[in-house]
Design a protein around this ligand. Structure first.
Ligand code: PLP
Length: 405
């Protein structure tokens, strides 16, 4: 049984810290990491938490404390990870379409770097030659992932160097004497089918002999977690077995032992997160009942951005009969969190909880409509600590410069 925070605990936390509020459960994150470790005990695997999912520094510190590494998608994330205590060797920077100056900064900080364009690779070769090991992000031309917006490895995707350009990578490697240590792919997010990962390894399989200094195959992130009741996530145990078989085949064919890296984001933090809101207004329109809450797409954009499902419960009235609601926000665009959703009878001021709110929740929040972003709380060892205070009007004004008249 997975660790969960109960309705009573969530109600108490909401009462203490106010809403809208993100709550993260440290032990649940640990549990997910241990599951991964267990599934891959028989392979030489390292995990780099894709911290774009949730970068609060207290969460990063917790992730560091349980032995996981960090994967970053901007040089600012790299700096946050270093501030959280990760050593440069524990930090990976997998970039996409970035200025070369960010790569230079990452190199100056001593972290692992995956490069995803030929032009940056050429610049890298010109500046560093063989002196700094580098990873290559390839686009494997595999269609996978929960929806098109989170599919990154298909043949129309902007991510990575198209696999058909591998010859150009090899040419650059020779020309610039590059030290290519890693081949990386990331096919997308919410990938349930373990065969997708196996196919990814197979795509890289043939390339291995061309990279004499290769030590790492990095398969990115994208493990699916269940969002809706009854839904299933990626079978991690099966994936561990498949990956083991594929890597044994590599070892046998090429007599080379490679390390495997994964960059899980959602898998580690999604289910550890809860988003608590309060109902401002109930509104009846024909046979639709709107429950308007004190939040909106500015706090949790996933439903409007890519149609994501978040399970919602009324924790103030959990045993009441179920009714049908459209749960909506207070933003000046249509910001439906859920349509025609059966929820225990909702009254104004009730607290609702959104599950699976740990990944890409707060992280994508904004101050749209000049509203404050939610506060964040971390529950660890049964203790709830505020890890980000709620915004104030001063925060919203802090970066604004008013020119003199
Ligand atoms: N690695 C890379 C390069 C990514 O772009 C992402 C997500 O965008 C991840 C890892 C994490 O994906 P997920 O949160 O689905 O595990």
């Amino acid at each position: 049984m997975s660790q969960v925070l109960t309705h009573q605990q969530l109600l108490k936390i909401a009462g203490e810290f106010g809403t809208p509020l993100y709550v993260y459960h440290a032990e649940r994150i640990t549990e997910q990491y241990r599951r991964l470790q267990q599934a891959f005990t028989e392979t030489n695997t390292a995990f780099f938490y894709a911290c774009k999912a949730l970068t609060n520094i207290s969460v990063l510190k917790h992730i560091k404390s349980i032995g996981c590494n960090a994967d970053c998608s901007s040089v600012n994330e790299v700096q946050l990870a270093l501030m959280a205590g990760f050593s440069p060797q524990q930090v990976l920077y997998t970039s996409n379409n970035i200025a070369f100056s960010e790569i230079e900064k990452a190199v100056s900080l001593g972290v692992h770097v995956n490069i995803d364009s030929l032009s940056n690779l050429r610049k890298f070769g010109d500046k560093y030659g063989h002196s700094y090991p580098v990873g290559i992000r390839l686009r494997p031309n595999i269609m996978a992932g929960g929806n098109l917006k989170i599919s990154t490895g298909h043949n129309k995707s902007k991510f990575g160097i198209p696999i058909e350009d591998t010859g150009k990578v090899i040419q650059l490697m020779k020309e610039k004497n590059l030290h290519i240590r890693t081949l990386h792919i990331h096919t997308g997010s919410e990938i349930k089918d373990v065969e997708v990962f196996a196919r990814g390894i197979e795509v890289l399989f043939e390339l291995i002999p061309h990279f004499p200094e290769l030590e790492v195959i990095d398969l990115g992130g994208g493990f699916k977690v269940p969002y809706a009741p009854g839904e299933e996530g990626t079978d991690i145990t099966l994936l561990g077995k498949k990956v083991k078989a594929e890597f044994e085949a590599i070892e046998k064919r090429y007599n080379r032992k490679l390390q495997i890296w994964f960059e899980p984001g959602k898998f580690l933090v999604s289910e550890a997160g809860y988003f608590i809101v309060q109902v401002n207004v109930l509104k009846q329109s024909g046979d639709t009942t709107f429950a308007g809450v004190n939040s909106g797409l500015n706090h949790l954009i996933r439903p409007m951005f890519y149609g994501s499902y978040h399970h919602i419960e009324n924790i103030s009235n959990a045993t009441a009969a179920l009714h049908r609601y459209n749960i909506v926000g207070n933003i000046c665009e249509t910001d439906n969190f859920a349509e025609d959703r059966m929820v225990a009878e909702i009254r104004e001021d009730d607290y609702l909880v959104f599950y699976n709110a740990g990944a890409y929740g707060f992280e994508m929040a904004s101050n749209y409509n000049s509203r404050f972003k939610p506060a964040e709380v971390l529950v660890k060892d049964n203790k709830s600590s505020l890890i980000r205070r709620r915004d104030t009007l001063e925060d919203i004004l802090a970066t604004q410069v008013v020119p003199a008249d």
